[in-house]
Design a binder for this molecule. Sequence first.
Ligand code: AP5
Length: 218
Amino acid sequence: MRLILLGPPGAGKGTQAAKIVEAYGIPHISTGDMLRANVKAGTPLGLEAKKLMDAGDLVPDEVIIAMVDARLDEDDAVNGFCLDGFPRTVPQASALEELLARKGAPIDVCLRFSVEDAEIVSRITGRRVHKPTGDIYHVVFNPPPADLDEADLQQREDDTEEVVLNRLEVYRRQTEPLEKYYWERGLLRDVQAVGDMDEITAGALEVLGEYEPVPAQS
Ligand code: AP5
């Protein structure tokens, strides 16, 4: 299964990706996570990306495309992958299409998650990430278990209201055109993105089940 999760910041892509990759045994390829790992490691790429990420702006296409190209060459991506946060611009989508055509492994489906802006702001500002595992929580909607050490729970630097409003604006301008891009290719499918998280997972897995046999461990 080769799929793309498309949706604005806070739409639940990372939350649902964790369940989907578990069900299908495929890697979760999040360009946001890859960039944050580079920032943490202080690599030249991380240094270049940090300022843009903190402001909620996009990292240049050529940097992201090279990063994803290398990641898709890794062994674990041979039997499929779940892309989260990539592509985010039409040039990124075209580059992905070309590189997957070279591998003879096109995208099966692009799942669209749609959530109203007001809900996005409250989801993003309440998000906490568990540093040791990367697990995603929300102070109200998905509270961390009581036995987790609070010092391990982190708020992302770009998860302020001011930055998320810019991220939404950037999404509308640069990423939303991808809805038409994938719709024209017959790959765009809507999934429920608001409400109970387990029901959202079930809905996404139901749609994915139309593309491949039901996964072994759903
Ligand atoms: P990235 O890390 O990709 O962030 P994003 O796309 O803005 O998405 P988020 O991670 O904020 O949200 P999500 O949809 O995964 O939501 P989540 O599941 O966590 O990108 C960060 C930055 O990196 C970009 O701004 C850019 O600078 C750079 N970048 C990355 N990729 C790039 C690219 N391809 N090109 C250029 N630049 C790039 O959920 C959010 C919260 O809501 C959580 O607290 C969760 O618990 C809660 N929640 C989830 N589902 C529900 C629900 N159903 N009900 C209530 N709460 C819910």
